[in-house]
Design a protein around this ligand. Structure first.
Ligand SMILES: O=C(O)[C@@H]1CCC=N1
Length: 324
């Protein structure tokens, strides 16, 4: 029931956002002006969670910064990393994992030069794999948030899983929650270890769905459909199926069985998918993403089916949802 209530929130978002809206007041500084940063900025500004003039951006690429300022009139370009760190109450770190070193080093140098940042500044990272303690070590800051959004945040239908350092004040948690709820569903997990798992499911998940879409569209074209019709069929099928699953509240297996008539077309298709190892292929892919996220964070990643540790070592009874 809790699961359905949580999922239902995505659907009701557009209704609840306006009620929950209200300017954060705290100034937000974005380090990195890439797609995810722009998506978060856009959702926040459009939904009135933050006013453009309270948003600033810093990127090593002036072109990226200019594009951002053009897309969201009113936001400010930070003259330097130093200025952004001095001014922002929430610093959102949104660079690609491969650029993390290039950002953390100057950040560390700035902090060393300036002395510790204001103690109430929150550093919120959306970088895959990098753990909370790494940011604490680099910046000496206490208030750190680690979040994993996904690309549907661009259309305010994302799913952001996040955690924080233990002593992040309640009012800061509420601010962060408001920020992420402007771009879709947001789920706070107290235990950071769920972040690597979320990265494998919801963070990378849209790519698995896009690949499935490509395969279905190409099959439609192979059978003879014009591509634009095949795309329309596939996209509406995926969209409708998700909404149906959410709104019906039924277990997805039941909904699948409902379409699978004796001796019918769906049964033939399912037989072939299972013969091709569909479920274990998907499962192996998710485990591979999970291992990669652990690796990026410098953790033991020898986990998963057929590995030394078939389950993560931290997996304890208290983390299991036996009702699932
Ligand atoms: O693959 C990546 O680097 C990121 C992490 C989550 C989605 N994409």
């Amino acid at each position: 029931m809790a699961r359905q209530a949580g999922i239902g929130m995505v659907l009701c978002r557009s209704f609840s956002i306006s009620a929950a809206a209200g300017n954060l007041c705290d100034k937000i500084g974005f380090i990195g002006a890439g797609n995810m940063a722009k998506a978060i900025m856009g959702g926040m500004i459009r939904n009135g969670v933050q006013r453009a003039h309270n948003v600033m951006v810093y990127d090593v690429s002036t072109d990226q910064m200019d594009a951002c300022c053009k897309a969201f009139p009113g936001i400010r370009k930070a003259e330097s990393l130093h200025n952004l760190l001095m001014d922002a109450d929430i610093v959102l770190l949104g660079v690609k994992p491969q650029n993390v070193e290039a950002v953390l080093k100057p950040l560390k140098a700035e902090v060393e030069k300036m002395g510790p940042l204001r103690t109430d500044t929150v550093l919120a990272s959306i970088i895959a794999g990098v753990p909370l303690h790494a940011f604490q070590k680099y910046t000496g800051m206490e208030n750190i948030v680690r979040a994993m959004p996904n690309t549907p945040v661009t259309v305010e239908q994302g799913c952001t899983v996040w955690c924080s350092t233990r002593d992040l004040p309640k009012e800061k948690k509420e601010l962060i929650s408001k920020l992420f709820s402007a771009i879709g569903d947001e789920i706070y997990m107290e235990d950071e270890r769920f972040l690597d798992m979320a990265t494998a499911i919801s963070g990378s998940g849209p790519a698995y769905v896009f690949l499935t879409m490509e395969a279905m569209i190409d099959s439609g074209v192979h059978m003879g459909f014009p591509r634009h019709i095949a795309e329309r069929l596939v996209m509406n099928t995926l969209l409708g199926t998700c909404l149906y699953a959410i709104q019906s509240g039924e277990h997805v297996s039941k909904l699948r069985n409902d379409i699978t008539s004796p001796g019918g077309t769906t049964a033939s298709a399912i037989y072939n998918l299972e013969k091709g190892g569909f479920r274990t292929t998907v499962s192996d892919a998710v485990w591979a993403a999970y291992r990669r996220s652990l690796e990026l964070g410098g953790m033991d990643s020898n986990v998963g089916p057929g590995r030394n540790n078939t389950l993560p070592t931290f997996w304890q009874k208290d983390m299991r949802d036996d009702t699932a």
